[in-house]
Structures are given as C-alpha cells and as structure tokens.
Ligand binder design. Structure first.
Ligand code: ATP
Ligand code: MG
Length: 387
C-alpha cells in the first residue's frame, strides 16, 4: 500500500431514500476518475469512501479526487492497530509532517468502536501528552489550533490524519438526470455546464458549427472544452450540428435585425428535439441576464417560447468577472479565449433588436420551412464521445 485517503461527502449523506444511489454513484465516479492514474482500491464504509493507492502516484490521485463532485474533503490517513501505544507511534509519525516550534495544536478523537477500552477524551489527552514529549516547542490550544491531529477509532483499525483537503462539493454526476448544454466556444457556456455537473447533472453538449464560415479550429476548441469538462464528470457526449443551411435561409428570408433571435430560436428547437431523443430533461445555456442584446428579459422570453422543456441558466445572476474567475479555476478560460469565429458573430447584425416582439419574430418565421430545416440539421448532426 502506498497511501490511503479518507473521502468525505456531505449533502449526499442527508438524502434519505436516495442515499444509496448517491453513494454508489459517487463510488463509481471515484473509480472512473482514478482508473488511468493509479491502481486503487475504492471502498465504501462508515458513510465514507476509503481509497487505497496500491500502485501509482498519490499526488495524482489527490488531484483527481479534488475534481470529483460530491466530495467535500479528503484526508490522507495513516492506520494503526487498535492499541494505544501503536496509535501514539503512528500519531507521532503523522504529526512530524506538520510539527514546528510554536505550533498550536490539539488532538481530536472519534471513537466509533465502543469496544476500544478508552473513551475519546482520554485517547486525545494521552496522544497529546505523547506529542508534547516528542516535539519540543509545540503548544496545546483547543480553541484556535493551527493543526488538528485526528484519531478515528473504527472496528478494524484506527485512522490518523492531520490534513483536510477541500473537495469540489456538489453532488455526484449522474444523480440528477441529463441536460443538453448549448456549448459555444465562448467563456460562459462551459462554466454553465460545469455548474450543472456540480449539481449532479449528466451533460451532453450540442455545438452549432457553420462550416465553412467557421473553421475546423472552432470545432477543435469545442472538443477541447468538452475534454476539460470531462475531467469533472467522466466522458461527455458532444453533438456537432451543422448550422450553415439554416443561417443562409435566415439571411435570405428574414430581417437582419432579428437574426440573433431567430438563430437562437432555431438552436433551441433543435436542442429540444435532441434532448427528446437523448432522454434529457432540460436545456442548459450560458446566458446571463443583460450581458448582450440577446440576453435581455425580452429576448430570453421570445427565444424560450419555442421550447416546452425547462431551460437552465446557471449563470443568470453572475457578473462577467465572476464567470471569468470560475472559468480560470476550472481550466476552461485558456481554451475559451483562443481566437475563433462563432456562428453567431459571423452574421451579427449591425443593429440587433434588443427588445424583439414575439409577433414580429413569428411573422418573420412564416417565410421559413422550419420543420424541414430542423429535420435536415438533425439528420446531419455528428456525435462523438470525449473522454
Ligand atoms: P458564451 O460565452 O457561452 O458563448 P455569450 O455570452 O457569448 O456566451 P451568446 O453568444 O449570446 O452569449 O450565447 C448565449 C448562449 O447561447 C451561449 O451561452 C450558449 O449556451 C448558446 N450558444 C451560442 N452560440 C452557440 C453555438 N454556436 N453552439 C451552441 N450553443 C451556442
Ligand atoms: Mg458566445
């Protein structure tokens, strides 16, 4: 054994009946996240996961665990036999990793195994005294310690640790149904996808591509974005829809000032049909209120009317700055800022309607054979799985 990690989860412990499903999903997600970095054994016990690294780099395991939604914190732990002297020795070895003169510390013991002869406070006192003897200059401080040495006494053995590494929180991907993410190459939609995954949603991405107006590089970018998102939720199914024909039709037959609204309505219609085929229950977009012309309340209203399934907008209350900070943190920012042409910017009208009226939009659409356009687009949609 090279290392052992105690993996804690929060919320999922609270949800009565669904709890077992959540726990099993989390265990499966942890196994999948680790399968290509190390040989590990992942077990579920005592409302925890125990990850034993048999072979491979523990640092890589730690980094991966920090990307698994549902994990609240991770502690690299040492084990000791159920014997006070052994516990003291292992505690000292663990403590030596953080000890320094002047360090304020306390020992905290949890005794789940009531067969163990000493009560928790006594274990803490004895281990604390042992540490004081072995590490000159450290100070006991139970109220504001710099370091806590935890001793967990379980049925089979005792676990001893000093570190708690924060996990990403949220719920395990796979427990909250499926959503179709409208994924552009921009900064916002990948963050919207990430936030949905954080709440347990399985995301399938849909990207509208306008070859030859948009290049292969624009497509590459979306694939790279999916790869980055996949690091948090396993593989992502990416659908690439060819939007060129629809854009040409719109340009020929409809007023330019409505083109963004009309394009978005077509995107939403196609996304809804895809959702239906893929058994997804919602659409997800990177819209945030008021950011651009197509994201006024009026525009959102007129656009969303074409769908009957819910549209989730996880960024709705966020400022651009906040979205950018998050996109840096999750590693999508550097991909999103690569220069590219978006199918929407290419046909950006000079004066887009910021308050489109439903009746104008519907009148414009009367010139189109919408059903055929959608059916053709769906028929040519390519699908790939990004790991
Ligand atoms: P983003 O940074 O996600 O591109 P944005 O601020 O540029 O967002 P818009 O261009 O108005 O906003 O797009 C709004 C939303 O519409 C996007 O967040 C995305 O969900 C969807 N969208 C836009 N363009 C595309 C596209 N080419 N393919 C798929 N979805 C798209
Ligand atoms: Mg955009």
């Amino acid at each position: 054994m090279k290392a052992l990690y105690l993996v804690r989860y929060g919320e999922i412990g609270l949800k009565g009946k669904n709890r077992k499903q959540f726990e099993n999903q989390l265990t499966a997600n942890i196994r999948r996240a680790l399968q290509d970095v190390a040989e590990c054994q992942v077990e579920q016990r005592h409302a925890r996961n125990f990850v034993t690294v048999l072979d491979g780099d523990p640092a890589a395991v730690e980094a991966r665990l920090q990307q698994v939604f549902g994990i609240v914190s991770i502690s690299p732990a040492a084990v000791a036999e159920l014997d006070l002297e052994k516990i003291k020795e292992v505690a000292a070895a663990e403590f030596s990793k953080v000890a320094r003169a002047g360090l304020r510390f306390k020992v905290e013991t949890k005794r789940a195994n009531k067969q163990f002869p000493l009560p928790s406070p006594e274990v803490s006192a004895k281990v604390g005294a042992y540490l004081l003897r072995n590490f000159p200059g450290i100070i006991v401080d139970v109220h504001e310690p710099d370091a806590v040495l935890d001793v967990e006494i379980r049925e089979e053995q005792a676990y001893i640790y000093t570190r708690r590494i924060p996990g990403p929180g949220g719920l395990p991907v796979g427990v909250a149904g499926k959503g179709v993410l409208l994924l552009s190459g921009g900064i916002d939609s990948p963050v919207a996808g990430w936030l949905s995954m954080k709440r347990g949603v399985t995301v399938e991405a849909l990207h509208f591509h306008s070859f030859p107006f948009t290049s292969e590089r624009a497509k590459e970018k979306v694939i790279d974005l999916c790869r980055q998102l996949a690091a948090f939720g396993g593989s992502i199914r990416l659908h690439i829809a060819h939007f060129t024909e629809i854009q040409k039709e719109l340009r020929q037959k409809t007023p330019e000032r409505l083109s963004i609204t009309l394009m978005r309505r077509m995107m939403f219609r196609i996304a809804e049909q895809l959702a239906d085929r893929r058994k997804a229950l919602a659409l997800i977009t990177g819209e945030s209120l008021g950011q651009v012309a197509s994201q006024t309340m009026e525009s959102i209203n007129v656009i969303e009317r074409v769908t009957s399934i819910p549209v989730l907008r996880p960024l709705i209350g966020m400022d651009k700055e906040e979205i950018m900070i998050l996109s840096r943190r999750i590693g999508t920012y550097s991909i999103s800022i690569r220069p590219y042409e978006d199918c929407c910017t290419i046909f950006l009208p000079e004066f887009p309607a910021t308050r489109p009226r439903l009746k104008d939009v519907e009148a414009a659409e009367a010139a189109l054979d919408i059903d055929t356009l959608i059916a053709d687009c769906l028929a040519k949609t390519e699908t790939m799985i990004i790991k």
